[in-house]
Design a protein around this ligand. Structure first.
Ligand code: 4AD
Ligand code: MG
Length: 463
């Protein structure tokens, strides 16, 4: 028992007629006098297949009539044109096997459940229409991401998950340790002695694969990473996860303009592919979650992104007449309310904000001649806000050293990073795309916890 035709493949057949076997889980069962209808889904596509069951089947009374939502079944029969609307074919069953019954307390009975409730059932929620569609969109987006870079000759780099360096210099890392927390070894001064920990020094889960991508880009020219990243920031919002997936391209001999061009082409191609690959899932999101998602994506694909500097953004916000919770002034980071005003109200499409103040950005960004701003860029989109963050990197050894000193980063920990500036340094640039933010944007899902199979957030790590 393996493989066989999926419902996706069955529904793609040219015409009705012939045998088909469907294996999956019952979404709904309707039993009436002369006939039972089972809607069976196998997750291969949004649609299920209607199985028509004749009470004359020998196991009908004992096994099939009791069937309800959630049971696993295998049905064999003839594929016929469906007289019902909304479906091309149905299966006229000659045999239905009950593969797995459902206990009466099955929590996903056919009715609407809140997403909060479904999060407590992360082991069952992939069977719901919404989460199933999210998982297929994630898959299609992931495939589109690899296709985009592979078509352009980028080399996929597998950056490490356990690391000794803080790539963002922001300090919000999870420690990786095998020391006994109740009785760790201590040094002469009474501090925990991480020299006796598993790696012989302090280690963490990575916040970004960027620094390793820079190493690879300065040898292979164009590379990208696509992996899980971790942030121990205590952000309980609808856009933050403690574990999320990030895509990070890095290009040698590239400046900020080239970096922005890549980000724009990349987002557009990913959106286009998902619309093409998942039309039914996207139609569902448009109908049930957010009736503007398809129009928004289409508009984004067709129009150029706006590009403004941070200074211009601050002026726009100051002139807006809006009363923001966080005051706007040059030097302060843009808050999500500011980002949303810019992209939703003022510009009404994606906007790339560049040249942020050096003081609010990471140490590795290229310092502009004004000495106050860096060649950073954030791509902002309606509803989600920042979806991409990137920069041209500081490739001048002396300036990088100065920036690291100003940021309080110990040079001895980043010796290898400085080496890249000593041995054949070259201008280079890259960005990081938050994969879940993209899936959120494409699906219109309000909370980022509902676009990842197993969300990890402060105070919550079930499953
Ligand atoms: O802006 P960030 O912090 O940039 C970096 O990590 C750079 N090293 C990337 C690079 O240049 N290679 O993160 C990049 C993106 C953000 O724009 C956002 O989309 C996403 O990652 N992101 C998060 N997504 C979900 N939960 C969080 N806590 C996130 N933090 C960042
Ligand atoms: Mg950022």
């Amino acid at each position: 028992m393996s493989g066989g035709e999926s419902i996706r493949e069955i529904l793609a057949r040219e015409a009705a007629g012939g045998e088909a076997t469907v294996r999956g889980w019952i979404r709904t069962a309707r039993h009436s006098k002369g006939v039972s209808f089972l809607e069976v889904a196998d997750g291969s596509c949004f649609a299920g297949l209607q199985v028509v069951v004749d009470p004359a089947l020998e196991n009908y009374e004992a096994e099939l009539r009791p069937l309800g939502t959630g049971c696993a079944v295998a049905a064999m029969g003839e594929l016929v044109d469906s007289p019902g609307k909304g479906q091309r074919f149905e299966l006229r069953a000659r045999r239905v096997e009950v593969v797995g019954t459902v206990d009466p307390d099955y929590p996903l009975q056919k009715k609407r459940h809140s997403f909060e409730f479904l999060r407590t059932l992360a082991h069952l929620r992939p069977r719901t229409n919404t989460i199933g569609a999210v998982l297929r969109v994630r898959n299609a987006a992931s495939r589109a991401i690899h296709a985009f870079f592979q078509e352009r000759g980028f080399i996929h780099l597998h950056s490490p998950i356990i690391t000794a360096s803080d790539a963002e210099g922001a300090g919000d890392m999870f420690r990786v340790s095998t020391l006994d927390p109740s009785n760790p070894p201590r040094d002469g001064e009474g501090r925990v002695d991480f020299g006796r920990d598993f790696f012989g020094r302090e280690a963490y889960l990575t916040v970004s694969g960027q620094l390793e991508a820079e190493i690879a880009a300065l040898a292979l020219s164009r590379v990208y990473t696509f992996g899980p990243t971790f942030r121990a920031e205590n952000s309980n919002t609808s856009r933050h996860l403690a574990e999320f997936w990030m895509v990070e391209p890095e290009m040698a001999f590239c400046d900020l303009a080239g970096d922005m061009d890549l980000a724009e082409a990349f987002l557009k191609q990913v959106f286009r592919s998902v619309l093409e690959q998942c039309p039914d899932d996207m139609a569902f999101f448009n109908q049930r979650i957010d009736d503007s998602v398809i129009a928004t994506l289409t508009h984004v694909i067709e129009t150029p992104f706006e590009r403004i500097t941070y200074g211009e953004a601050v002026e726009i916000l100051e002139r807006s007449g809006e009363s923001f919770e966080f005051p706007v002034k040059w030097g302060a980071d843009l808050q999500s309310e500011h980002e949303r005003y810019l992209t939703e109200q003022h510009i009404r499409r994606p906007v790339i904000v560049t040249d942020y103040p050096a003081a609010i950005k990471a140490f590795y960004m290229y310092l502009n001649d004004d000495e106050r701003t860096v060649r950073a860029m954030d791509v902002l989109v309606p509803k989600v806000g920042e979806i991409v963050g990137g920069s041209q990197r500081e490739h001048r050894l002396d300036v990088l050293r100065r920036r690291m000193r100003d940021c309080g980063l110990p040079e001895e920990r980043y010796g290898w990073y400085l080496d890249l500036r000593r041995y054949g340094s070259a201008p280079h640039a890259g960005f990081g795309l938050g994969f879940e933010r993209v899936v959120q944007f494409m699906t219109g899902m309000a909370n980022i916890r509902d676009v990842i199979p197993f969300p990890r957030v402060p105070g919550y790590v079930d499953f």
